[in-house]
Design a protein around this ligand. Structure first.
Ligand code: SF4
Ligand code: ZN
Length: 419
């Protein structure tokens, strides 16, 4: 691996060589997000005269104000101006934060959007790392890698609770608008899907294929975003895939996709299904917002979001599930997916669809309540939201089954999950 000690003015070494590096407990100085505090990222287009290129502002406490073991809220707000810069490019720039922050030696970044997690090591702090350096890196790399569309970059890092909460509210409204851009499209509408291989540095065989009705499992890239990413960088990680002949309309499998995935995974994955978690599901990497798992005794499935730290009826917590299947393999019975994908029409359609969902953490249920209600209404179960068990009902299959039966959950009368 080539280490680029570039002209980026930070006290730590920087380059792709450090991308996969972990910051483990013994070396941890402080952290932001990861379920302990809020950590949110947002990129927004700005007018040319609105921002100052290269300006990095830290509002609130920074690393020198912290002691070992401390946690902090963090909001990374990046404003970009450019004659060629379109709003459609915002999600693509935002998704770069993940690998670019990981390029800093001694700093680890996990997740995206409003579930990000930054871990700062003692060795980085010893060298003089501060949060400002995150802004310095993003400014420099955005100019370097996106010359064509970026003229000015200004970064504000908020660490005060109220400021971060405010940014998070703004960001969530933005995420919603982005997600809904594909709401009216179907997979049948288009001939082209897009690949995403951005995560191959962590999960070498992993290739997401993003279709209108299957948003990337990190939640950060939908079909529109991938199309925009390809427009910005035609040789980049998002390539158009001619979907070709449909091999299975129920499970969601296409000849063109299989061929692409086999090549892009260097032969490790020969095929996968878009709409099934039971039979040859899509591969999963560690970024997924949620992981779904089968619950055979309940004839249904569950899903758990990254922020939920408790036990689940699958017998595993999110972190355990992610550790087992986040390496880029296709693991029948499990699949990583985005939050938004849960209520997309084709979600596990091949396994009976969302009506199979028998358990979710309460926080996730509440977060997507409006869309769950809409789905329930459209699919003949207007009370569906109240039929899905959560941790207040139970965290084992035995505990939740009586509840499902009493509520008349649709999964109770479906065909067996495993045929
Ligand atoms: Fe791309 Fe998938 Fe990684 Fe998201 S999870 S960045 S869609 S490869
Ligand atoms: Zn990933």
């Amino acid at each position: 691996l080539k280490v680029t000690v570039s002209d980026i003015n930070i006290p730590c070494s920087f380059g792709p060589a450090y991308e996969g590096e972990r910051v483990r407990g013994a070396d941890l100085h402080s952290q932001m997000g990861g379920g302990k505090t809020q950590c949110t990222e947002l990129v927004k287009r700005a007018e040319m005269n609105e921002i100052e290129d290269g300006k990095v502002i830290v509002v609130g406490k920074d690393i020198p104000d912290l002691s070992e073991g401390d946690t902090l809220d963090l909001g990374i707000f990046i404003q970009i101006a450019g004659r060629e810069f379109q709003e459609d490019f915002e999600p693509i720039m935002e998704r770069q934060i993940h690998h670019l922050v990981n390029y800093i030696q001694g700093i680890m970044h996990i997740g995206q959007r409003d579930i990000s997690w930054v871990r700062v090591s003692k060795s980085a702090v010893d060298k003089g790392f501060t949060l400002k350096d995150i802004g310095v890196v993003l400014h420099a790399k955005f100019h370097q890698e996106f010359q064509k569309i970026v003229d000015k970059v200004q970064v504000t890092l908020y660490t005060g609770k109220e400021d971060v909460a405010k940014l998070t509210a703004t960001a969530r409204a933005e995420y919603k608008t982005r997600d809904e851009r594909v709401d009216k499209m179907t997979d049948e509408d288009v001939e082209i899907f897009y690949s995403c291989s951005l995560c191959q540095s962590f999960a070498p065989n992993h290739v997401c294929t993003v279709s209108p009705e299957r948003t990337g499992l990190c939640g950060a890239y939908n079909w529109m975003d991938c199309r925009a990413a390809f427009e910005i960088n035609p040789t980049g990680p998002n390539q158009p895939i001619e979907k070709g002949e449909c091999l299975d309309p129920v499970l969601g499998q296409w000849k063109g996709v299989n061929e692409f995935v086999e090549k892009a995974s260097r032969g490790a994955v020969t095929h996968y299904n878009f709409y099934s978690m039971v039979i040859d599901p899509m591969t999963t990497c560690g970024c997924c917002e949620c992981i779904a798992a089968m619950l055979p005794s309940c004839n249904g499935v569950m899903t758990v979001n990254r922020e939920f730290a408790g036990d689940t009826p699958s017998g595993m917590k999110f972190t355990t599930l992610a550790g087992v299947m986040g390496g880029g393999a296709s693991s029948p019975g499990f699949v990583g997916h985005s939050k938004y994908n849960i209520t997309q029409r084709k979600f596990i359609k091949g396994d009976g669809g969302l009506l199979r969902m028998v358990w979710m953490p309460k926080m996730l249920k509440e977060e997507i309540k409006d869309r769950l209600d809409k789905y329930g209404e459209e699919n003949g179960y207007p009370d569906f939201y109240n039929m899905i068990a959560d941790e207040t009902v139970g965290t084992t299959e035995e505990e939740i089954l009586p509840f499902l039966e009493e509520k008349g959950h649709p999964a109770m009368s479906m065909d067996p999950l495993i045929g």
